[in-house]
Design a binder for this molecule. Structure first.
Ligand SMILES: Cc1cc2nc3c(=O)[nH]c(=O)nc-3n(C[C@H](O)[C@H](O)[C@H](O)COP(=O)(O)OP(=O)(O)OC[C@H]3O[C@@H](n4cnc5c(N)ncnc54)[C@H](O)[C@@H]3O)c2cc1C
Length: 384
């Protein structure tokens, strides 16, 4: 059996990004096997994220905006993002870009197969895919399913259904995407809509919830229809594409390095920001750091200081406020953007370690519900 340097289990966003960063590093000649059960030839998701300056995928961005709208109970209008830009990348453009980039490296093999097992052995990381065994010095796994049932954790879900709609006359302002529009019935939850305009007649309208229970398909459709009815002046529209997704919003402790030869990456590695569900940019940052460390030390371990880990605690507090409905979510996000420039909020969510700015963000939140949440998190994590 051939032994690879690296096997990448799962060639989705994280697996493909890892392969890409390896090709940009001193490890570019290493033998790599990339396995995914899908062909990745459909536009199965759209990623949005904020970023300063130019990123690795600038040439394939679908849209880029320098302002976003927010609509909540006490704040409604444009947010100034300072040096950040809000970017949109379509799944299909990312997969196509990766196909042609990785095809230039003869040391990278790609296989379409279902992975049945991943196991550590003294000889290396061992993978069985479609009943065939493979072995490597390191297996990077993005197929592992997180355990979202442990009671001391907060296990919310971010779930959404989106339609790309085309309307029969110019309507959208292409320079003003709506990042969070809370003008929908909250029904005791956190519910909002994204409106991401592609051109004056076409936009992705995405109805998003943070809670622990999925809706029926008919419920998502009904609420999307309602929003379009109320906010698009009742214009006629065609649905061109549909997107549905569920992202874990959990403070479960993830083992990025569960054993010597296995490393979890992407959602499986806990790269999703628990309090927002944003994963794309964190994955890029974390993988760059992982590849740097692998190239420099020979060990694929992302350095994380104990001080940096405090953000996980802040995430737990935020999840606790949401899960226990300690403060209305629409009002909470309004307060956040009312009392802080968006640039400071994005920095905080990106965990940039700006101590005084972080303090200002925390200090701006409603004191009582966040204090109660803090004590509840301590009780859940350390007492029960
Ligand atoms: C519809 C949708 C929209 C999203 N939008 C955003 C966004 O706007 N911004 C943001 O930051 N995040 C977003 N996310 C969250 C996150 O960025 C994505 O889920 C991202 O794709 C996660 O990357 P990943 O590599 O961990 O998982 P995936 O991209 O899902 O990759 C995992 C891969 O493993 C493969 N696989 C799984 N099991 C097996 C198996 N047994 N055998 C073989 N292959 C297997 C799958 O086919 C898949 O290709 C979105 C998620 C979804 C679902």
């Amino acid at each position: 059996m051939k032994k690879y340097d690296f096997i990448i289990a799962g060639g989705g966003m994280a697996g493909l990004s890892l392969a890409y960063y390896l090709t940009q590093s001193p490890l570019r000649d290493r033998s790599i096997l990339l396995i995914d059960r899908d062909q990745k030839n459909r536009n199965d998701r759209t990623w949005c994220y904020w970023e300063r300056g130019e990123g690795a995928f600038e040439s394939i961005l679908y849209r880029i905006w320098n302002q976003v709208e927010f609509h909540g109970p006490t704040l409604s209008g444009l947010l100034d993002m300072g040096s950040y830009r809000y970017k949109m990348l379509r799944g299909i453009d990312f997969y196509t870009f990766m196909d042609s980039h990785l095809a230039r490296f003869s040391n990278i093999e790609r296989r379409q197969a279902t992975i049945n097992r991943i196991k550590d052995t003294p000889q290396g990381g061992f993978v069985i895919a479609d009943d065939e065994p493979f072995i490597a010095d390191y297996v990077f796994d993005s197929t592992y399913a997180l355990n979202l049932t442990i009671p001391e954790n907060h296990n919310l879900l971010q779930h959404f259904k989106g339609w790309v709609i085309k309307i029969d006359q110019p309507f959208f302002d292409v320079s003003r995407p709506r990042m969070m529009d809370f003008r929908v019935p909250q029904q005791g939850d956190c519910r909002f809509v994204y409106v991401l305009p592609f051109d004056e007649q076409t936009a992705l309208i995405e109805y998003t919830l943070f809670n622990d229970k999925l809706l029926t398909d008919a419920e998502y459709d009904n609420d999307l229809h309602q929003y379009i009815q109320n906010h698009l002046n009742g214009l006629q529209f065609d649905i061109r594409e549909t997107e549905f997704g569920v992202i874990p919003m959990s403070d479960v402790t993830t083992q990025e390095n569960p054993s010597k030869h296995i490393i979890r990456i992407g959602t499986s590695g806990g790269y999703t920001k628990p309090s927002t569900g944003y994963t794309f940019q964190r994955t890029q940052r974390y993988l760059r750091s992982l590849v740097d460390s692998l190239a420099q030390t020979g060990r694929p371990q992302r350095p994380v200081s104990w001080w940096q880990k405090r953000y996980k605690f802040f995430d737990s507090i935020m999840l606790n406020v949401l899960e226990k409905h300690r403060y209305p979510a629409d009002a909470m996000f309004s307060v956040l953007y009312e009392r802080n420039p968006a640039e400071r909020v994005f920095q905080f969510l990106d965990e940039e370690d700006k101590f005084f700015d972080d303090l200002r963000v925390m200090n701006s939140m409603p004191k009582w519900p966040f204090t109660v949440a803090l004590f509840d998190v301590l009780r859940r994590k350390f007492v029960s």
